[in-house]
Design a protein around this ligand. Sequence first.
Ligand code: TYM
Length: 336
Amino acid sequence: MKTILTGIRVNSEPTLGNFLGAMLPMVRLANKYSKEYNINIFVPDLHSIIAEVDGDFQKNLVNSIKYYIASGLKIDENVHIYRQSYVPAHSEMNWILNCVATMGELSRMTQFKDKSQGKESVNAGIFDYPVLMASDILLYSANYIPVGEDQFQHIELTRNLAMRVNNKYGNIFVVPEKTADQVKFMGEEEGVRIRDLVNPEKKMSKSAVSENSKIMLSDDPKRAAKKIMGATTDSYANIKFDMFNQPGISNLLQIEALINDKPLQDVIATWNGESKYGDLKKQVASSVSVFLENFQAELEAIPDDMVYELLETGEIYANDVADKKLLQLQKAFKLR
Ligand code: TYM
């Protein structure tokens, strides 16, 4: 059986960007394919500690699973939910793959460059982050990895590491699909990158300083609607999907499509050529606030116990699968 796999860090609650870029696509794929595919949703808690974590970490962790359930994830026997640090094979494989990856290729990762830019000192975890991510993927022979566009470079690195190992040691790893094919599988035209509402040149990020830049899943729905109404656009007075010249307007079109599960082309066709940006903003503001209201009500209703039960069952499965793959790699490296 093939595998679809994804993870979202838990440093703070997710933004609408995390939600639309990774969580919702995963839930839609899971509900569509859980009869034919393993659906692995894990909490990359080890990836989370590249940055400071606060006292609410465990609460955020449980919530991060609840978000999937609140957005409609149907749990069945092929859906596996687990915590990365509860499956030691991730760290073990990380070390072995460190001896395959090169300093040069890790230095070229844009996320590393962004996170280290201007800093006097960065922890080695930030540098090594993509290798642990490759381990997360390769341990489970995942074919598809629904992530936002900012993670595509890490998926390409994972493919390269897998091919390098396979070329030297025989077919140990399943090489994940190329990102272009992943995007097609997700039914999207291109990778998703939800933009910062104040500065749409940038992606919407948890770490943005201005509250108006981002929508958090716990935002009061009315407040979120106001943020959309205040989003930066442009002065063309012509609605067009053009991420390069009109990123603010294009971002709104993309949010409207993803949140309502409509094809982007249909949303573009509805609004193309219109001049009143206020009308589009009102529509998107309403979509976002209706979504948040329903989502937050669903979230309230999920008990913590349910999440812990899912994690414990998932971790038995995950350790079993991961240990088998790790042993294959250990044998190739003559460690066993
Ligand atoms: P994280 O927590 O930084 O991001 C989680 C997911 O959210 C997506 N994302 C966005 N998508 C669209 N627009 C945005 N503005 C936006 N911001 C974030 C990210 O692309 C990501 O899919 N490295 C992963 C976590 C991870 C992982 C893995 C994922 C660790 N191991 C193995 C898949 C498979 C990350 O970026 O987390």
